[in-house]
Design a protein around this ligand. Structure first.
Ligand SMILES: NC(=O)c1ccc[n+]([C@@H]2O[C@H](COP(=O)([O-])OP(=O)(O)OC[C@H]3O[C@@H](n4cnc5c(N)ncnc54)[C@H](O)[C@@H]3O)[C@@H](O)[C@H]2O)c1
Length: 248
């Protein structure tokens, strides 16, 4: 990590967690932000909600499942700010509510394209810049769904398990280049990702969280830690922030 200005890129910055993490990182000193999302209104809402910051904030629309778009985001960030210190690859989607035999190929492909390939694309684009720098921190958003089995959510669970393992493999591949790769495994917090679920779907889920459902702001500390020098000896880790969900 560098002692000069820090440049942080965040994908999926328009969502609940992306907005909360963007808000947190923007409030930290000597930081410039490059925010992206596939949704323009969501991204604009995140920017409108940022605190006053002495750093600069730039945005771009990009679909993480398309490598050329992710590469363009990273290129724009480097052209604007001169380097890339942190990538927070946060964009993700829930799969439709259904048992395995009721989900079709498109359901599986969409989950893998956005949740897994999106993270792979972020790593590929970021390491192209971070390896010559000899430093960088990449933070992937996984889920406790990648650690525990959820019925009716097989594509989501499988893709989040893949993200956790992707972080571990990337960690050992890029440690020699001074690049750390970790992931955060959130428990459930309310966001637009649950929009297609029945209204009471989260009630039972809430009961399985000893501290109750979280909010996106409950998670920002983990991202702040992984984006900072405080985590300089952490790589390949999956930090669980889940209100006790996975404790039993
Ligand atoms: N909400 C939860 O309970 C929960 C729990 C564990 C993990 N997560 C993970 O947290 C991350 C953020 O989710 P959230 O709950 O804030 O949901 P959200 O729907 O509020 O945010 C997701 C964001 O990702 C963006 N996005 C979707 N597809 C994209 C694509 N192809 N390219 C670029 N951006 C895209 C959306 O526009 C949205 O702004 C996801 O990776 C999700 O899997 C969420």
């Amino acid at each position: 990590m560098t002692t000069q200005r820090r440049v942080v890129a965040i994908t999926g910055a328009g969502g609940a967690l992306g907005a909360a993490v963007s808000h947190q990182i923007a409030s930290e000193p000597t930081t410039d932000l490059f925010l992206s999302d596939v949704s323009s209104p969501s991204l604009e809402a995140t920017v409108a909600g940022l605190p006053p910051t002495e750093g600069s904030v730039e945005t771009a629309l990009a679909d993480v499942s398309d490598f050329s778009q992710v590469e363009s985001v990273i290129t724009q960030a480097v052209e604007r700010f001169g380097r890339l210190d942190v990538l927070i690859s946060n964009a993700g989607v829930l799969s439709p509510n259904g048992r395995i035999h009721n989900l079709d190929t498109e359901d599986w492909e969409r989950a893998f394209r956005i949740n897994v390939l999106g993270a792979v694309n972020g790593i590929r684009a970021a390491v192209a810049v971070m390896r010559p720098q000899g430093s960088g921190s990449i933070v992937l958003t996984a889920s406790v769904a990648g650690l525990t089995a959820w019925s009716h959510s097989a594509p989501y669970c499988a893709t989040k398990a893949a993200v956790i393992h992707l972080a571990k493999v990337a960690a050992i591949e890029y440690a020699r280049d001074g690049i750390r790769v970790n992931c955060v495994c959130p428990g459930t917090f309310r966001s637009a990702i649950h929009a297609d679920l029945p209204p009471d779907a989260l009630d039972d889920v809430a009961k399985r969280h000893p501290l109750g459902l979280g909010s996106a702001t409950d998670l920002v500390g983990a991202y702040s830690y992984l984006a900072s020098d405080a985590s300089r000896w952490s790589t390949g880790s999956a930090i669980v922030v889940d209100g006790g969900y996975s404790a039993p």
